[in-house]
Design a protein around this ligand. Structure first.
Ligand code: SF4
Length: 478
């Protein structure tokens, strides 16, 4: 189980404060997110038609999401025709049950798994561990956090919060190896151990980046070769795919393959792209080139409800590149664990309340300064700030009057009403300005008044001008 399982989406404020007090974490986050942002910017320069590509990707995704049932049926039909066995999972429990039963039926006790956010979302490892068959994570970053008993803190770089020194200490502690913070030594150690797991595995579990409706093909992107091994070496492959990952045509992949790696890691292309169209059906001369069984678990878990919500639907256009996390000043400062959910950062702030319900995650849409950096970098142009505002509105409207977002909204509404009352009359305005100047001279006021206190606890309040503009204007600008 995660060592951070006590964290919750609604605990964001306290968790963020705790993260800000961890200097090692904040420095590591800043360094790595800056590096990814630089690499992304350099990679973009090689694509003159970047904006057109974004528009194309957005159009494909929005078109598909508006006809999701049609494309899913087409995908499932084509996949079945290729020999894959398709399962529909309404929620996390159903998906875990399906994978667990497959392991049982195949007497699979040695499971390997490649990185997949969908399986993180449904807490598959914990469910399988409870049945005595926890899979071994084979992506290096995922393996590190599995050893550490933590949750990923980034959707494509799960161990982004860990320094080399911390990873070395973890390896010494869990694997009993000699200390070294040399990346090549650490990677060699991991490779040695993971190879053994691949050789022995009865079942491989992966996620899916895109599912092509036209051909029933799934695409898995990665850089380490571990997903290729997970999906081809064991005799059974189980792929868990969120239903929003479907795209209509094989040719659409070209658009996404140009956008996703550049946005995520600044690569022109990931090192491996595994296109899987059905299992190895024993064609003479081609036998042994893949798993004998391919199971596709199509996961809803709240997605169908988002798809029918026309305002929020574009949340599902996300291709999980992670660019919005790297660009977000909040994520850069507090890291992923502060969000208390599997999906952190800007995309997590809109996705988590919709997947888990506003009653559990109403704090997350407020965990943003609405600066818009996420929207600027998103390869599918998701308007995250507008969606955050919509969720804030829903949080306030749907909350009990005493709940935190509702109280905050009521306070804001009162503040604006008071402001409007003061500025509508010159006399009242002068009085308010005189009071503000008096308060400015008394630092205690700033520290005692509740709204001022909250503001001044982490920021320097701007000083008011000694003389009001009106006075100078009256004196002829002196
Ligand atoms: S919302 Fe956009 S930028 Fe963020 S992870 Fe998804 S696709 Fe990438």
């Amino acid at each position: 189980m995660s060592g951070h399982s006590h964290r919750t989406p609604d605990g964001f404020a306290a968790q963020a404060r705790e993260a800000l007090g961890d200097r090692t974490l904040t420095q590591a986050m800043r360094r790595v997110t800056d590096l990814f942002a630089e690499r992304r910017a350099a990679a973009l320069e090689t694509v003159p038609d970047w904006q057109e590509l974004r528009q194309q990707a957005r159009a494909i995704k929005l078109h598909t999401l508006a006809r999701l049932d049609h494309y899913l049926a087409q995908f499932a039909g084509a996949a079945a025709k290729n020999g894959a066995i398709v399962h529909w999972a309404e929620d996390a429990a159903a998906a875990c049950r399906i994978v667990g039963e497959l392991a049982q039926v195949h007497r699979a006790t040695r499971l390997v798994k490649s990185k997949s956010m969908a399986t993180e979302e449904i807490h598959l490892n914990a469910a399988l561990a409870a049945a005595g068959t926890e899979p071994v994570e084979t992506d290096l970053g995922e393996w590190i956090i599995q050893l550490a008993g933590e949750m990923p803190s980034h959707i494509i770089v799960p161990a982004i919060h860990k320094t080399r020194q911390q990873i070395s200490e973890l390896f010494v502690d869990k694997l009993g190896v000699a200390p070294s913070d040399e990346p090549t030594v650490l990677a060699a150690e991991a490779r040695e151990r993971l190879r053994q797991h691949f050789a022995e595995a009865d079942m491989g579990i992966s996620g899916v980046n895109f599912g092509v409706a036209e051909t029933g093909t799934i695409l898995v992107l990665e850089n380490e070769g571990n997903a290729r091994m997970t999906t081809t070496l064991p005799k059974v492959h189980v792929a868990v795919m969120g239903i929003e990952k479907v795209i209509p045509r094989f040719a659409d992949l070209e658009v996404f393959l140009r956008l996703l790696p550049r946005s995520g890691t600044g690569q022109h292309l990931t090192s491996y792209q595994s296109l899987l169209t059905g299992p190895d059906v024993g064609v003479p001369g081609r036998a042994g080139q893949g798993p004998r069984e391919l199971h596709l678990v199509l996961l809803d878990n709240g997605r169908a409800n988002i798809a029918v919500d026309e305002t929020m639907r574009e949340t599902l256009a996300c291709i999980r590149c992670g660019a919005c996390l790297n660009a977000c000043p909040v994520y850069q400062s507090v890291g992923g664990h502060a969000y208390g959910a599997v999906y952190p950062g800007p995309i997590g702030a809109i996705l988590t309340p919709q997947l888990q319900g506003m009653h559990q995650a109403a704090a997350l849409p407020f965990a943003s300064s609405l600066c818009g950096a996420c929207k600027d970098v998103c390869p599918v142009q998701i308007d995250i700030p507008s969606l955050l505002l919509e969720l804030r509105k829903r949080a306030v409207e749907g909350e009990a009057p005493g709940a935190a977002p509702a109280k905050r909204a009521a306070f804001e509404a009162l503040t604006w009403k008071l402001w409007a009352w003061f500025v509508r009359s010159p006399g009242r305005y002068r009085f308010a300005a005189a009071m503000a100047r008096l308060g400015d001279k008394l630092p205690l006021v700033k520290r005692l008044l509740p709204p001022m206190r909250a503001w001044a606890s982490s920021r320097a309040l701007p000083r008011l001008a000694k003389r009001p503009f009106r006075a100078g204007h009256k004196d002829g600008g002196s």
